[in-house]
Design a protein around this ligand. Structure first.
Ligand SMILES: Nc1ncnc2c1ncn2[C@@H]1O[C@H](COP(=O)(O)OP(=O)(O)O)[C@@H](O)[C@H]1O
Ligand SMILES: Nc1ccn([C@@H]2O[C@H](COP(=O)(O)O)[C@@H](O)[C@H]2O)c(=O)n1
Length: 202
């Protein structure tokens, strides 16, 4: 199994890059694990308490479960990946039956901050987009897809996103094997990653 970790700040385009990689590759040969599925279970908290969580700090992620699931997949076993709701700020209770594949992609803002997880990646990729570009994309996406308004996104940006990005996410570039500049769509870089994956699949 080839395990590829794709990190980068919110809005840099990780999900988009993953979808571009999957596009044209044989269906069912590449599996995806999203860090978002592994936000801590916060069912014991009220909605008002959950809203106040710092979702950009590594402690908000259940890295233990994520690591365990990746090890299971590597051992050839199927896992039940939790489904997360950005509207409820919690796991939904549903899971996605995820099968091991020849290539597994793990994507998320904080995946390179966890040393044990980092060691499991054969290739570490960091997607870069400038912070103003990321904020614009995040605003548009969170308003249209994640049930937020402009005040919520901007206040979260100032209080947690920006400081957490500087403290935890940006320094992870040091560990990357490949940095993809993604202020604009980067077909060349995506094709290079596709070539690496195709070599593994053939
Ligand atoms: N290179 C790009 N140029 C312009 N918009 C982009 C680019 N990459 C992604 N986007 C858009 O930005 C938003 C955030 O992208 P997404 O892939 O969800 O980022 P991430 O998963 O890193 O948070 C989406 O609406 C997406 O369509
Ligand atoms: N309930 C939540 C959980 C997380 N977030 C934000 O999501 C961002 C990570 O996801 P990307 O797809 O953007 O990589 C992260 O910056 C969290 O602030 C949220 O808003 N609400």
């Amino acid at each position: 199994m080839l395990i590829i970790g794709i990190a980068g700040g919110t809005g840099c385009g990780k999900t988009t890059v993953v979808n571009q990689i999957l596009n044209e590759l044989p269906e069912g040969e590449v599996g995806i694990i999203s860090q978002d599925s592994y936000y801590m279970d916060t069912s014991h908290l009220s909605y008002d308490q959950r809203v106040k969580i710092n979702f950009d700090h590594p402690r908000s992620i259940d890295f233990e479960l994520l690591e365990e699931h990746l090890r299971e997949l590597k051992a050839g076993n199927t896992i039940d990946q939790p489904v997360y709701s950005f509207v409820k700020h919690n796991r939904t209770g549903d899971t996605i039956h995820t099968h091991p594949r020849k290539v597994m992609i793990v994507e998320g803002i904080l995946i390179l901050t966890h040393p044990e997880l980092r060691k499991m990646f054969d290739i570490k990729i960091f997607v870069h987009a400038d912070s103003d570009e990321r904020l614009i994309r995040r605003l548009k996406r969170d308003i249209t897809e994640r049930g937020r308004d402009i005040d919520e996104v901007l206040s979260r940006y100032q209080t947690t996103l920006k400081p957490m990005h500087q403290q935890f996410i940006e320094p992870m570039k040091e560990y990357a094997d490949i940095i993809i500049p993604n202020n604009k769509y980067n077909t060349v870089a995506v094709n290079i990653v596709k070539t690496i994956i195709n070599e593994k699949l053939n």
